[in-house]
Design a protein. Structure first.
Lengths: 430, 189
């Protein structure tokens, strides 16, 4: 095995910091594949959950419980004719979805899935994330303009006004969380994503609970602003289907449309990761300081395996409850295979956790540690992703003037107040 | 890589520097091409997109100079904020009419004079660069760039920062500009 592959394995730095290009590239590929798979899962879960919220079944035909629906959708979108309207600005129309996609995926370079499970750690981590994710709006604006059609243009105008307005409140909420990182002996804060999580570990508290109502309010503001920032219901005015057909992507079809969807969901995961990193302790498991005995470590490292086993058990129940008619034979076999797959992944993860705990296998221990970090991070992000669906099912869409009022007259003053109070409390405490 | 560039870098920079002449020429080439497109495109949206490319290339140059904070602010303020507002305004203009119209104000002699003067300034700065600026740049380790900037602007350990006054004056100026904009847009009732 060449040296540049092996030399990184014992490192506690991210590949970007260690200067290892091979592993940085591997991480980029893993994250790209992982996010794409996550978007597919999200697509299925969103359709099923929304359906169940509305007392429907949702996709049931393509695969057992519609499990293969995302694949069918992807295939359909790829085969569909890709129309560019004759009056559209050809080049800009072509480049717009790519801008959105690039912006959505570039931010993943600094998302810390674990202390060393990130592509790189930048000194300006959170600033980089904010800056690059704000470029995503360019894709939407330019797409709406290039379509040379009324509804997309209105959608694009709405979306740019909305994103610029909510970015202000979002930024101020983030600043108040960053201020909390400086509550240490040397008094220097940090913008680096990994150091922000480490600061929460050292201070022994997630920033959502710090200075009690203050951290919580800042988190609340961010949680509202991030929904507006990703153009999701109830702030999805840019694509309000009852008013603007489909908003900025009305004229898009086929693969190009699916790139917009991919960018939207990738951006949702990215902003959820910011919220998790800043306020919910990132990769930290619950009570890392209070329950820090090796036995607790071992117990918490069993969670990933147990989660997959539980999912497998749900699939087994689904298999057993499948109607016994011969029409359902293939679906039944398919779901059984899926259950076996989930179960074996769970068993493998359990095996790694046990091996990492008992034997003197440094590799297994490191592997199990990494899996635990990534698991807790992704669990927290997954909760946010479910919330996105829940919001969409629960709340009606805001009117545009209401949206602007909430952004400028409610969120902005509160976030300024929280920022000032955080500074005062911080100075008084330290 | 270029030894002249690497000589000023501090030892904290690891074995794989990004300040290579390859990155410099790529990024500056992008910036120059983008800048040329901004002034030659008739369609204002295309100009705006080219300007975004230029701004991002300049952000890359800052990153190459181990000034990540400035690069981040460049992206967030210019590429992400100001350009979105630019596009917002441009989209409301009737592009088809304005692209067919001829520019009637012949400003190019003035523009030429300004360009020549700017070129002369650059040449002068390039020729006298060693005398005007410190030969080697002050090494700011990349890993604490933001913290160093903060110490310069706000001071640390009870000491006022080097640029606190200038910084506060600049922010006051911006505040006045914002208030002016708000008052100008307010309807007289």
């Amino acid at each position: 095995m060449p040296n540049f592959i092996m030399s990184y394995l014992g490192s506690t730095l991210t590949p970007g910091q260690a200067g290892n290009q091979f592993w940085a590239l591997m991480y980029v590929l893993i994250i790209f594949a992982g996010v794409s798979v996550a978007v597919m899962c999200m697509n299925w879960i969103e359709r099923k959950a929304l359906a169940h919220f509305q007392i429907r079944l949702g996709p049931m035909r393509v695969g057992p419980h519609g499990l293969l629906q995302p694949f069918a959708d992807a295939l359909k979108l790829m085969l569909k004719e890709d129309i560019i309207p004759a009056e559209a600005d050809q080049f800009v129309f072509w480049v717009a979805p790519l801008i959105g996609l690039l912006a959505a995926f570039t931010v993943y370079t600094v998302i810390p899935f674990g202390p060393s499970q990130a592509v790189s750690d930048m000194n300006i981590g959170i600033l980089f994330m904010l800056g690059v994710s704000s470029l995503g709006v360019l894709g939407i604006v330019v797409a709406g303009w290039a379509s040379n059609s009324h509804y997309p243009l209105i959608g694009a105008l709405r979306s740019s006004a909305q994103m610029v307005s909510y970015e202000v409140a979002m930024g101020l909420a983030i600043v108040s969380a960053i201020m909390m990182t400086s509550m240490n002996a040397s008094g220097t804060g940090t913008l680096s994503m990994i150091e922000i999580v480490r600061a929460q570990q050292h201070q022994g508290i997630w920033f959502i609970f710090k200075f009690f109502p203050l951290g919580f309010i800042a988190f609340g503001i961010f949680a509202v602003a991030m929904v507006a920032e990703t153009n999701r219901a109830p702030f999805d005015l840019a694509e309000a289907e009852s008013e603007l057909t489909a908003g900025f992507h009305t004229e898009y079809s086929g693969l190009r449309w699916s790139l917009f969807m991919l960018a939207e969901y990738a951006a949702m995961i990215a902003v959820s990761s910011i919220a998790v990193t800043l306020w919910l302790g990132g990769w930290l498991r619950p009570f890392p300081n209070l329950l820090h005995a090796p036995a607790w470590d071992f117990l918490f490292s069993l969670f990933p395996g147990l989660t997959f086993l539980a999912l497998g058990a749900i699939a087994v129940v689904g298999t057993a409850r499948m109607p016994s008619h011969s029409f359902f034979k293939i679906q039944r076999i398919g779901l059984g295979i899926f259950a076996a797959l989930l179960g074996s992944i769970g068993l493998l993860l359990l095996l790694i956790a046990v091996a990492g705990n008992s034997a003197n296998l440094a590799v297994a221990a490191r592997f199990s540690e990494g899996i635990t970090y990534v698991y807790w991070f992704m669990l927290k992000v997954a909760i946010f992703m479910y919330l996105f669906i829940w919001y969409r099912a629960t709340w009606p869409r805001y009117r545009f003037d209401q949206l602007m009022r909430v952004g400028w007259k409610v969120l902005l003053p509160i976030s300024l107040g929280v920022l000032i109070l955080t500074a005062i409390v911080g100075v008084v405490v330290s | 890589m270029n030894p002249a560039l690497s000589s000023g870098l501090d030892s904290a920079v690891n074995a794989l520097p990004v300040a290579t002449s390859f990155f410099f020429y790529t990024l500056s080439g992008l910036a120059v091409v983008g800048g040329l497109l901004v002034i030659t495109r008739r369609n204002a949206v295309h100009s705006a997109l080219a300007l975004i490319v230029t701004l991002l290339a300049v952000a890359g140059l800052y990153l190459m100079l181990y000034a990540p904070f400035v690069a981040g602010v460049q992206i967030i303020v210019y590429a992400g904020g100001i350009m979105v507002l630019f596009l917002f305004v441009i989209m409301l203009v009737n592009i088809e009419r304005s692209s067919k119209e001829r520019q009637f104000n012949r400003m190019w002699p003035a523009g030429l004079v300004a360009a020549v003067l700017l070129l002369a300034l650059f040449m002068g700065a390039f020729g006298k660069g060693r005398a005007l600026f410190v030969d080697r740049r002050i090494p700011l380790p990349e890993s604490s760039n933001t913290q160093q900037i903060a110490a310069m602007l706000y001071g640390d350990a009870g000491r006022m920062g080097q640029y606190t006054f200038a910084f506060e004056i600049a922010s006051l100026l911006l505040l006045v500009a914002i208030l002016g904009a708000v008052i100008m847009t307010k309807k007289k009732t």
